[in-house]
Ligand binder design. Sequence first.
Ligand code: NAD
Length: 480
Amino acid sequence: MQKIANYINGALVPPNKSNYLDNYEPATGQVYAQIPDSSTEDVEHAYVAAKAAFPAWSTLSTDERSKILYRIASLIEENLESLAAAESKDNGKPEWLAKMVDIPRAASNFRFYSTAIQHYAAGAHAMSNKAINYTLRGAIGVVGCISPWNLPLYLFTWKIAPALAAGNCVVAKPSEVTPMTAFLLSQICIEAGLPAGVLNIVHGLGHSAGNAIVSHPNIKAISFTGGTQTGAQIAKIAAPMFKKLSLELGGKNPNIIFADCDYDKMLSTTLRSSFANQGQICLCGSRIFVERPLYERFKKDFVQRVAAMKVGDPLDKNSKLGAVVSKAHQEKVLSYVSLAKEEGGHVLCGGYAVHPEGRCKEGYFIAPTVIEGLEYDCRTNQEEIFGPVVTIMPFDTEQEVLEYANSVVYGLASTLWTSNISRATRMAQEIEAGIVWVNCWLLRDLRTPFGGVKASGVGREGGFHALDFFTEPKNVCIEY
Ligand code: NAD
């Protein structure tokens, strides 16, 4: 069985204590690899390597750093097929999706930041006839990056690329549930000539390896994407140590549909925004509010289309949904369907585990599920499910739907469907979310601020925002 390794000081190394964790293939329910169960000592080795690499990496010319990151992007592209296959096997997502979205985006993350750093500048403030202030922006030092399982390489590289571009050295931990493409990235970094110690990838559990990164006294900044509860735990440790923190957390996003929308576009996009990646994207719209005159038509068409979506082997090109990421997650998602029923909801389609014929019969599949008849403030509509489950609810007025939309503790993303530009503009201002998509979903420009408000996080990634996070500004004031 394949055993993957940590990537420390430029080499692939086993964990210090030789402890390993089983890694499952969600589509078959079988263990197919073993991953390091790293300890505090492994994180310390990674830190020491990163610290030693920092002076040379942070003073390397921007051009040189940029060239190496660009090479990593190209190598990711060259390895598209094998990375997509690995991502699909590790995570359960359809292979076509990994090939179309996850891996190309991982390459874009590196390419984007390899060029962004060449355009990044700090400001100057002249005080008339008196003094000039100018701002220096320098790398922080050794920083920590911790990522989740839903978009494994996509989100891992979204943190690492700007951290490295800005001149930091990194100790990173991918999710223990989906470590494989991060391991393959370590091989790519070696091939690209990334100097030893600049990036260190430590595999293992959150409460051990992850916690060791967060509580390390000399790792000065933590960029974390994951659940809101984990984010709160991390903040508790990092805040008294005065670390810089970027937290991208959970969501419970509203999808608000007005009767005057472009119906066909709305319907096909809402299928994606509900069930792409088995509904395991933090940006999926899981609460669908439909203006009453359109409600019955939408319900009929939507349920018909959802019921026809094929759930099955991620290797099958016709599978619209693959497996959810783990047995535990499958059970959690299905427990929310039971809760919805207890709360008075009617399951219009789905709501059960699927057991495809053949090699995937033991896999963790769930039929895409649509539920109606729930109040906006019940638990099913307030808590993050993070699976292929959506609720649909009618509404009458703009004011009413805003109240529903904003009633959750989260505030990550939202979607609005209307052809009334005044209404869209008005509502975009009122919705409590870091991102508002109008007549589209998941249309991403990497320059834009990305992140959430309320319990969905603190700080913004994307564009120069990430470079701001991964650098420390210093103002110099010269009187003349
Ligand atoms: P999680 O919080 O369980 O784990 C995320 C990462 O944190 C993993 O690498 C894990 O090992 C690590 N971790 C866990 N406990 C830790 C601790 N005490 N100290 C340090 N590290 C620790 O999240 P998950 O289940 O992997 O991911 C799903 C969650 O991520 C969902 O809530 C989803 O909404 C959220 N998410 C948010 C965004 C966003 O951009 N806002 C994007 C994707 C996913």
